[in-house]
Design a protein. Structure first.
Length: 368
């Protein structure tokens, strides 16, 4: 199958997006179809498709089943113990079949994606296109701990939108038990609820500058917390992702001003993503942390183009698009997303038989 599977996925997202109207029962049908398709391709991938899966498989089959729940090999001092316990439980139930773990993680993650898209996205096809093209979907093929935690944080996000702090807190803690760095999302409830204004935006910018002054200390602390070896990945440039997030923030201010209850919450999360991504030039761990916030761009961009009920409160502070202009803008976003996907994920050379997601294979295509 190889890299073609990812092109087929994008074709399905766009093709069924055209065939099925994005409202009512057709919206449900489209999202259900996309959830099943994405979960199937992710869950039934060859279990050793990437090098990380080799490590997880070894733990799943040889370490977790024979050690106690609170042993050092499983509990690990409380770090990521939720993932270890889930792996141990499924390993015992499945008699060490690692594919079961991959299927469970894929199903949970794609259900979470489907829930937030159904509830909060005015254009599900665009949300799924962004989920694929911005690399969140492929990321989960290898980084299964963080992928599961990101899915659980989507359920936490519903607590933000419903203004239910207990629900938010419980899902965030559960995500943190799966992948400890997910606790970086704990302040998100209060960040999201902050009311937007130009004054508040200037405060964000000033705070980012102040944080940047202490970047060395912050990077050292976070890297040691995230990795067992602090010098895991070091980058010497800021990269285009930070510029992209800032461009999205500028576009949001231009198109929506500071209006829209849902949009304002999403905008605040994008501001946090920009601040975290700012440090990626010193250690790529911050790109991982950014994903916990930036994944909600799959809602931010679609909501940006469609007015909410309270948008009329401040019409003078936003750019009003005609229907034709909105369609043209959405097409431009789709084209740019596809180009980003190709240049950052798909246009690479396969250098290794293993440890390369471009060499995609279903589990039944490989002789065990």
């Amino acid at each position: 199958m190889g890299v073609r599977v990812y092109y087929y996925m994008v074709a399905a997202v766009l093709g069924f997006g055209v065939l099925l109207p994005q409202h009512g029962r057709q919206k449900k049908a489209y999202i259900a179809l996309m959830a099943v398709l994405h979960a199937f391709v992710c869950g039934w991938r060859y279990m050793y498709l990437t090098g990380d899966l080799l490590k997880y498989s070894g733990q799943y089959t040889r370490i977790y089943p024979v050690n106690g729940w609170f042993s050092e090999q499983v509990f690990n001092g409380g770090r990521n113990f939720g993932f270890a316990w889930l792996s141990k439980l499924l390993s015992l139930i499945s008699n060490g079949n690692f594919q079961i773990l991959l299927i469970v993680i894929a199903v949970v993650t794609e259900i979470a994606v489907a829930v937030i898209i159904y509830r909060y996205s005015p254009t599900p096809w665009l949300s799924y296109l962004l989920w694929d093209c911005f690399g969140f979907y492929i990321f989960g093929f290898s980084a299964i701990k963080q992928a599961l935690a990101m899915g659980l944080l989507m359920f936490a996000f519903t607590g933000i939108m419903e203004e239910r702090p207990r629900k938010f807190f419980l899902w965030t803690v559960l995500a943190g038990c799966i992948h400890t760095p997910a606790f970086v999302f704990l302040p998100a409830y209060w960040f999201a609820k902050s009311k937007l204004s130009m004054h508040k935006l200037l405060i964000y910018i000033a705070s980012a500058g102040l944080i940047f002054l202490f970047r060395t200390q912050i990077v050292t602390f976070v890297s040691e917390f995230y990795y067992e070896e602090a010098s895991y990945m070091v980058n010497d440039r800021l990269g285009g992702r930070f510029i992209m997030i800032v461009a999205l923030l500028i576009a949001g201010v231009a198109l929506r001003g500071f209006s829209g209850k849902n949009f304002s919450k999403l905008f605040n999360l994008m501001v946090v993503a920009a601040i975290l991504q700012m440090f990626s030039g010193f250690d790529n761990v911050f790109t991982r942390l950014t994903d916990y916030y930036f994944q909600f761009v799959i809602l931010d961009l679609p909501v940006m183009f469609y007015p909410e009920k309270d948008d009329a409160l401040r019409p003078s502070r936003r750019l009003v698009l005609s229907r034709q202009q909105r369609v043209a803008a959405l097409l431009c976003v789709a084209l740019l997303a596809g180009l980003y996907y190709y240049t950052t994920n798909l246009n690479h050379t396969i250098e290794y038989e293993v440890d390369n997601y471009l060499n995609y294979r279903f589990s039944w295509e490989v002789q065990q």
